[in-house]
Write a protein that binds this ligand. Structure first.
Ligand code: GLN
Length: 473
């Protein structure tokens, strides 16, 4: 960042760049230029009498620009979750994560595109159209936080917020060639996030480097009384302590998934920055073949209950009917896309009395088995390196029919593990193929071992370059 520029000039330049190129990529659903400029001016007044060092101390993210996935509330700004049902919903408050970033001096430029209610992996199924992959137009931008990933890849913002329920930060980060970090469950408040599957939903950063992701995460992570599922202060103390030690006291044991010829092996074995203290092992991910089905049963069950609130009475769209029941039906039929309706149907099915024990309880038990198996793996290795998504990658011409979605479900199997287990995971870009397709790997660790995860991730990441051939501002 050019630190000699005034904050408001920087914000103006970024807004101009968004105006000039985002019509092509459609990373943003809403740009909040006036709100951003007024925040910049307020900050300039507040730091007027401070020395640069004092200003940086008081506002650790001073003047950094960011974008927010449009399923996170920003006060006074439209929050649509890319759904027709929330098309005109203006949030009266900000998500805790957003509030903490703004309090640290970062400036929100707007809201980014996603798959409707964050259900998907292509950022093409929302009510407002698709986001184009800035690195390879034949590929999908990935999803569901594809707008945030594209905004960072195009250097429209310094970083962005996404949400990850089963891979939605890591997959678009992989396909757009940026860093995407899904924090451990309960380390970031979910207050102000439009719920999809509450037991798996996490908010995290998409950024240009592991250091940036870590830095912004440390600003918005931490206990919040507004989210009852947060970890206690002890967790954060331990994390800070581990970070100070930075894993240098003993070797980091790295488990590689995908065999000796696989992408993870290539990334790790060809890496020269990873010189210190690592022990490499080849492993298999236990229970991987059950991951996607377990995830989809449990995620849809939670989605069905979370989405019950969109009834035409309290929020957003209302389509009238002769009776209240007809009004609910009309509203939900018109407001939700077919895929969202399918997931609600599947969720209500697995929760219904006749199938609860066969489906929901069964999946809950398998989830526990996956968790236990992963814990055993983490007694042997500190971090696991794998691909982020297996090929073939989702393409730009993804059609939102049920068969295309169904095929995509299985492609989530690597990423959903971290959500099923509540552990941290980060996807980083390790290079690019001949057709500019980003290459990515994912690094997972047990909750509390973020230090080891970040150390390996940082060594594997290639330096960021902006996509799209647009001059770096
Ligand atoms: N692709 C997965 C799904 O559709 C994950 C989405 C997410 O992480 N929000 O459920």
């Amino acid at each position: 960042m050019d630190t000699t520029m005034r904050i408001s000039d920087r914000v103006r330049a970024a807004l101009a760049k968004i105006r000039s190129i985002d019509t092509e990529y459609h990373a943003f659903v809403t740009v909040c230029g006036e709100r951003a400029l007024s925040a910049a001016e307020k900050l300039e007044t507040k730091i007027k009498d401070l020395t640069p060092a004092e200003a940086q101390e008081r506002y650790p993210l001073l003047g950094l620009t960011f974008a927010v996935k449009d399923n996170l509330c920003v006060e006074g700004v439209r929050t649509t979750a890319a759904s027709h049902i929330l098309e005109n919903y203006i949030s009266p408050y900000s998500a805790t994560a957003v509030e903490r970033l703004e309090a640290a001096g970062a400036i929100c430029l707007g809201k980014t595109n996603l798959d409707e209610f964050a259900m998907g992996q292509t950022t093409s199924t929302g009510a407002f159209g698709a986001t184009k992959n800035p690195r390879n137009a034949a590929l999908s931008a990935g999803g569901s936080s594809g707008g945030s990933a594209a905004a960072v890849a195009l250097d429209l913002v310094d970083f962005a917020l996404g949400s990850d329920t089963g891979g939605s930060i890591r997959q678009p980060a992989a396909l757009c060639g940026v860093v995407g970090f899904k924090p451990a469950y309960g380390t970031v408040s979910r207050y102000g996030l439009i719920s999809y599957a509450s037991a798996f939903d996490t908010i995290g950063p998409l950024a240009k480097s592991v250091a940036d992701a870590r830095r912004v995460y440390s600003v918005f992570a931490g206990p919040d009384p507004k989210d009852a599922s947060m970890r206690g202060p002890e967790y954060f103390r331990q994390q800070a302590e581990a970070e100070r030690r930075d894993g240098t006291d003993r070797p980091i044991r790295v488990g590689i998934v995908g065999g000796r010829e696989g992408r993870a092996a290539r990334a790790v074995l060809n890496n020269t920055k990873l010189d210190r203290n690592v022990q490499i092992e080849f492993i298999e991910l236990p229970m991987l073949k059950y991951a996607a089905s377990t995830y989809y049963i449990l995620a849809c069950a939670q989605a069905a209950s979370n989405l019950a609130r969109y009834d035409g009475v309290r929020y957003g769209l209302r389509v009238e009917g002769r009776t209240p029941e007809q009004m609910f039906e009309n509203t939900r039929l018109e407001g939700f896309s077919p895929e969202v309706r399918r997931r609600i149907l599947l969720g209500n099915f697995v929760l219904s009395q006749a199938s609860y024990s066969d489906w929901y309880e069964h999946a809950a038990r398998v989830r526990r088995m996956i968790y236990d198996a992963m814990q055993r793996t983490f007694s042997e290795v500190d971090v696991i390196v794998s691909e982020t998504i297996e090929e073939p990658y989702p393409t730009a011409d993804f059609s939102a029919d049920s068969e295309a979605f169904r095929l995509g479900y299985e492609r989530d199997r690597l990423t959903v593990i971290a959500n099923l287990c509540g552990i941290p995971a980060v996807s980083v870009c390790t290079g690019a193929g001949a057709d500019a397709t980003p290459e990515a790997v994912m690094i997972m660790a047990d909750a509390g071992r973020e230090d080891a995860m970040f150390a390996v991730a940082d060594a594997l990441t290639v330096p960021f370059t902006a996509a799209g051939g647009h001059a770096h501002e």
